[in-house]
Design a protein around this ligand. Structure first.
Ligand SMILES: Cc1ncc(COP(=O)(O)O)c(C=O)c1O
Ligand SMILES: N[C@@H](CCCC[NH3+])C(=O)O
Length: 432
């Protein structure tokens, strides 16, 4: 199969050896299911490659891809570091007892509360994004009488080949300091003057779902051009170079991702080359993969409900979820692949379009997919929903959020409970 899952003798999809249909009987639908072994394999592909190459590195799991206590615990077990972008993500990490010194905080609009919390809990590093944040950080450090390691987030002006909406590394970006117009250098000058701030290095993130290494290597060259100037002018050397995340995964047969180790090797090769050319010390390399750690380890199981056939036009097959648990098709026109979990290898195929149940015509999960003829009792599995599925889920039409189950060593474990209606109205106050 295209995806890292198998089929049993009943023709049912299995995840980590467990029958998907049985899981839906036990936990209901929609249901997110993760193969934890696959999460660990993905994490290790990064960590082991750095180790084999003898390069000092931090692989920071970008928890925005899927943040939950259980997931952060897996990241901790795999010796990953952690990227958080909010108090909520930081709080989740603290609940999971994640080592604070390995937490890095991001965000283009960190407020005083977020910065105060990061400083109070002594997290490992703040990735500084703008001038306003520098003022806030200086104030908080003084107030709490603390010190903080920072990276300067820069926009290297490199366009990664990916969907426009998820480009974050180009010059016209809400993120980071621009390299070409001198703002990054101004930030360095300001930060170096502040007591208690240690500038550890530079950060850039060129985009998401990237299938080539060229974007990364071009960005690294650009960073070194800057660093060369900074070395000459300020005697500044980057102890750390954080090149972000964005490593692509397979959603459909059209995607042909590189092995994760290939990205790491090319980063190391390019940084080695630049270090030698510019006569600099080899920096510690940090990366921030999110999607490539959890994306293909997770899938969503849905029950099929209504089927609407419009002769000579299309057959809409609706499921009991949609843009509330997977916003990506509506937001990015993202493509997914699916099977009928109780009849994976069925041969009587037809073309259908998979619709969500929200009150939006745009709430379509997959357009025009060939599947064995569906019936109302079928369970659909949509693959590669492990990243930015649950984490971008929402309450539109007041649909409760699905449950999340982890599978490992032949055992299933509920790690996020299905939301109840009561959960959803818990913050509503009466106006009577
Ligand atoms: C700064 C930063 N780091 C890491 C990531 C994780 O990206 P991905 O999930 O594509 O690896 C993102 C999201 O694009 C990001 O903005
Ligand atoms: N949420 C996006 C990626 C953005 C990542 C954060 N900078 C996605 O689903 O692909």
């Amino acid at each position: 199969m295209l995806h890292p899952f198998a089929v049993n003798e009943d023709g049912h999809l299995t995840i980590g050896g467990l029958d998907a249909v049985n899981l839906t009987k036990k936990y209901g639908t929609p249901l997110f299911v993760y193969d934890v072994k696959k999460i660990r394999e993905n994490a290790r592909a990064f960590v082991d490659t750095f180790r084999e190459k003898g390069v000092q590195a931090q692989v920071a799991y970008a928890s925005k891809a899927f943040s939950s206590v259980a997931m952060i615990q897996v990241a901790k077990q795999e010796n990953l570091s952690l990227d958080v972008v909010s108090q909520g993500e930081l709080y989740t990490a603290l609940e999971a007892d994640f080592p604070v010194e390995k937490i890095h905080m991001h965000g283009n609009n960190k407020n005083i509360d977020e910065i105060s919390m990061a400083v109070e809990y002594n997290i490992g590093c703040i990735v500084v994004d703008n001038f306003y944040e520098i003022e806030l950080l200086e104030h908080v450090l003084k107030e709490q009488n603390k010190e903080m390691d920072v990276l300067i987030r820069v926009t290297p002006g490199i366009e990664a080949h990916t969907h426009d909406y998820i480009l974050t590394g180009n010059e016209d970006s809400k993120f980071g300091f621009d390299l070409t117009n001198g703002q990054a250098e101004d930030a360095l000058q300001k930060l170096m003057k502040i007591d208690g701030i240690h500038v550890k290095g530079l950060h850039c993130h060129i985009g998401s779902q990237i299938f080539e290494t060229d974007g990364f290597t071009m960005a690294i060259e650009r960073l070194f051009q800057t660093l060369k100037g900074w070395k000459d002018r300020y005697d500044f050397e980057s102890e750390v170079l954080n090149v972000g995340g964005g490593f692509g995964i397979r959603y459909t047969a059209e995607d042909d991702p590189l092995p994760l180790s290939t990205y790491v090797k090319s980063l190391i090769d390019k940084i080695s080359e630049q270090v030698n050319e510019n006569e600099m010390a080899f920096p510690e390399i940090w990366i921030e993969p999110g999607r490539s750690i959890v994306g293909d380890a997770g899938l969503t199981l849905y029950s099929i409900g209504s089927v609407k056939e419009i002769p000579n036009v299309r057959k809409y097959v609706s499921v009991d979820g949609g843009m509330t648990d997977n916003l990506r098709p509506a937001l990015y026109n993202a493509k997914y692949d699916a099977v009928i979990a109780n009849n994976v290898n069925g041969t009587n195929k037809e073309e259908i379009s998979l619709a969500g149940k929200c009150c939006e015509s745009g709430d379509m999960l997959i357009w025009d997919i060939e599947l064995p003829k569906v019936t109302q009792d079928d369970i659909i599995a949509v693959f590669s929903t492990g990243a930015y599925g649950y984490s971008m889920s929402n309450h539109y039409n007041r649909f409760p959020k699905p449950a999340v189950v982890f599978i490992e060593d032949g055992q299933d474990k509920l790690v996020i409970k299905r939301e109840s209606f009561k959960d959803m109205v818990q913050n509503d106050l009466s106006y009577e």
